[in-house]
Design a protein around this ligand. Structure first.
Ligand code: C2E
Ligand code: MG
Ligand code: MG
Length: 719
């Protein structure tokens, strides 16, 4: 590289002639002067070096054999001097001195001439040497300018030899790729090894498709070099093909460091698309993404809800605690909203990409949330309920404990509008109603959704606190052996006395409890209450009573929790044989093997197992054979149409017979009429449960039954 080299501007090229022979010096000097060159002469090696350093000649004519420092030594030292390293040196030798010539080339001579030197030849030699020096200097200058430009542009060039699979890069390219020396060949895989793993498949594909001739290479990717921060680079490449145009021989290209540019773009994007305070997307970005999600929802036939959230008491906080505290509140609220949404599985990932958060801050204390992939619009109410609940948890700001509340307006695409603007406007209308309705609540734009969804939201959010508020209790529905007229026990049925809604049916709240992870604590409550109650009844003398407890199918997916619940009777001194576990067929469907294992464990502990609602669902006879059961509860739907229907009588008869053959006790559910009881007895069923014998009743009422047991046990039976 010639950077920093100074070259003198002269009217005539200057030739240094170093020869101890005066005659030679004069002859050569004369010839060269005549050809238009300026001459300096040295009569020995030392002088030659001095003159070379002071005059910096354009060509040095150097006799190899001189007294003192000979020509070899002079040449060696000249090459060691960076200022003279490129000066052409013509060495003069005797005729038969090929060894000497070889050695001279090794130490840096440019050309040689044999003595005696022919005058015209010398002048030509010098002229050619001068010319090639100029060409070399121009080439080096141009290379140097190119390298400077590449360094400034952080741009390098590389070439990939397709056949050998090797790449070679310029200084800048080698630097970017972490290839120590430029000019060294590396395997293409070494280059790939520098590419960020996330970008690698894309890069390989782009290279392959450029080789196939589909398109030129034009890609950006990140490079990761050991011990360095990742850098972004842009690669351009062009394929060079063989003569027939098919075979790809080489790919030449450039690589440019665009890290700073990418960072600047990111910064600009973040300023343009994100809210500075909360880091949440702003309206611009959000609107764009939601529009995309809406068109996806249209194609999939799913629904998307927009939830417009407005804090209820934010102005008060700002006024009383100051704007600094207000900012902290907004930040914390943003985080809570994001956390709730992150956990929600109906937030569709694809239109928003993984990193996109479907919560936006619109400004002030207003946030907008999108929930995609909904089957029904009212599902959004569940999210709204969670959002409100999460805001209610106390927030500590500057040592103040704050309780936040918000109003939420919900509107659903496509039900409430066909585009973003309309859906947003309607969410705003709904928000207005929510504020009007007393705040700290959510309202749907559409009235029909409002009722159903609000009811569900209310149930879901209040169910979590139902246990601690003692709103749950058990009713007991008696089961009788109608042939012996004997009270056998009861089914424990959960009741929820809701402070606003009144009595809520388990058919309504059990599925919701399953969804929000409340089924285990509820079942624990049922098991504990039932065991405590049974102990009291046993103390009244009813030692043979069996209490049936319903187990949700969902508990079978959490066998550890299930077994924990089933450890309660033993811990309370209740014999497991007094407890019948009612399971439905759905519990056996998911993972039959696991269900079989758990059931076997429970039976081994002494529990009785009943298959509930048989006939309402799948009614697979194979379940009766595969799982060892004690009781088969024939569903109410069979019993309802029993009287007068030969077909139903035949089916129920066959079921009862099959159960008996398998050693399973058939129990008929939902007996409301005496005629139903009569038919069932004639078919061989003697254990029954239904309004005819007693509705699910309070503890007090059932205690009365227990005390009367046997005298006569059931008014219907006595009749
Ligand atoms: P199930 O286990 O089949 O309970 C029997 C249901 O039938 C009870 O409804 C009972 O009141 C009703 N029933 C009983 N006899 C008659 C009758 O003669 N006629 C009519 N029309 N209905 C009758 P309930 O108490 O509303 O419970 C409904 C369902 O809720 C139960 O069906 C059970 O699947 C579930 N459930 C109740 N308590 C619990 C519980 O503690 N845990 C679980 N996992 N589920 C429960
Ligand atoms: Mg049941
Ligand atoms: Mg049942």
């Amino acid at each position: 590289m010639l950077t920093g080299r100074t070259s003198r501007v002269r009217s005539q090229p200057l030739i240094l002639i170093a020869d101890d022979d005066l005659v030679m010096r004069c002859t050569m000097g004369g010839v060269l002067r005549e050809s238009g060159y300026a001459i300096v002469e040295a009569e020995n090696g030392l002088q030659a070096l001095e003159l070379a350093e002071t005059h910096r000649p354009d060509v040095i004519v150097l006799d190899l054999i001189m007294p003192g420092i000979d020509g070899f030594e002079v040449c060696t030292r000249i090459r060691q001097n960076p200022e003279l390293a490129d000066t052409p040196v013509l060495v003069l030798t005797g005729l038969e001195e090929s060894q000497a010539i070889l050695h001279a080339f090794e130490i840096g001579a440019t050309d040689f001439a044999t003595k005696p030197v022919s005058a015209p030849l010398l002048s030509h030699r010098v002229r050619f040497m001068l010319r090639s020096t100029v060409a070399l200097r121009d080439l080096r200058d141009s290379e140097s300018r190119l390298a400077d430009a590449q360094r400034l542009a952080q741009l390098g060039n590389w070439e990939w030899d397709v056949n050998s699979g090797t790449v070679v890069g310029s200084v800048e390219a080698s630097g970017l790729l972490g290839f120590g020396d430029s000019g060294q060949r590396h395997h293409i895989e070494d280059m790939y090894a520098r590419v960020d793993l996330c970008d690698l498949p894309m890069i390989r594909e782009a290279m392959a498709s450029a080789i196939q001739g589909d398109c030129a290479l034009d890609v950006s990717c990140r490079l990761v070099l050991p011990g360095q921060q990742s850098r972004s680079v842009h690669l351009l490449g062009r394929v060079i093909r063989g003569q027939n145009g098919d075979e790809a021989l080489r790919m030449t290209g450039t690589i440019q460091d665009i890290t700073e540019r990418t960072r600047a773009e990111d910064r600009i994007r973040s300023l343009a698309y994100y809210d500075g305070l909360t880091g949440l997307p702003n309206r611009l970005l959000f609107t764009d993404k939601v529009r995309m999600a809406m068109s996806l929802a249209s194609r999939r036939g799913s629904k998307l809800a927009l939830l417009l959230v407005d804090l209820d008491n934010f102005k008060g906080i700002n006024d009383s605690l100051g704007h600094n505290a207000g900012d902290k509140v907004l930040k914390a609220v943003g985080e809570r909203l994001r956390d709730v949404i992150r956990d929600h599985d109906t937030v569709v990932r694809d239109p928003f990409r993984d990193e996109f958060c479907p919560v936006a801050r619109l400004g002030g204390d207003e946030f907008l949330i999108a929930i995609a992939n909904l089957k029904s619009g009212e599902d959004a109410a569940v999210v709204a309920g969670r959002l409100l609940a999460s805001l209610r948890a106390p927030l500590i700001v500057d040592e103040n404990e704050l309780f936040m509340a918000a109003s939420i307006g919900i509107s659903v695409f496509p039900d409430d509008g066909s585009d973003f603007e309309e859906i947003f406007k309607n969410a705003d209308v709904a928000l207005y109603h929510a504020k009007d309705a007393g705040r700290n609540t959510a309202e749907f734009f559409s009235a029909s959704l409002n009722e159903a969804a609000m009811y569900r939201m209310l149930i879901e959010t209040s169910m979590r606190r139902s246990l601690e508020r003692n709103e749950m209790s058990l009713h007991y529905q008696p089961q009788y052996d109608v042939v012996e007229n004997r009270l056998l026990g009861a089914e424990a049925l959960l009741r929820w006395q809701h402070p606003d809604l009144g009595s809520v049916s388990p058919a309504q709240f059990i599925p919701l409890a399953e969804r929000i992870g409340m089924i285990a604590p509820l079942t624990e409550f049922v098991m504990t209450s039932a065991c405590r109650q049974l102990r009291e009844w046993q103390q009244l003398g009813a030692h043979d009573l069996t209490i049936a407890v319903n187990l949700s199918a969902q508990l079978f997916r959490q066998p550890d929790l299930l077994l924990q619940v089933c450890a309660i009777p033993a811990s309370m001194g209740i014999d497991a044989s007094s407890i019948e576990l009612e399971i439905t067929e759905t519990a056996l469907l998911d993972d039959a093997q696991e269900a079989e294992r758990v059931l076997a464990l429970l039976r081994a502990r002494g529990f009785r197992i009943a298959l509930d609602d048989f006939g309402a669902g799948f009614s697979s006879l194979s379940h009766l054979r595969r799982f060892t059961l004690d009781t088969l509860k024939i569903d109410r739907s069979f019993i309802r149409d029993l009287v007068g229907s030969t077909r139903e009588i035949e089916i129920v008869g066959a079921l009862i017979a099959l159960a008996r053959r398998l050693g399973v006790e058939p129990v008929a559910e939902g007996i409301e009429e005496i005629s139903q009881q009569a038919v069932l007895v004639s078919l061989g069923c003697r254990v029954m449960q239904g309004y005819l014998f007693g509705r699910p009743m309070s503890v007090a009422d059932f205690t009365t039954l227990v005390q009367q047991a046997g005298n006569p046990a059931c008014p219907a039976l006595a009749a």
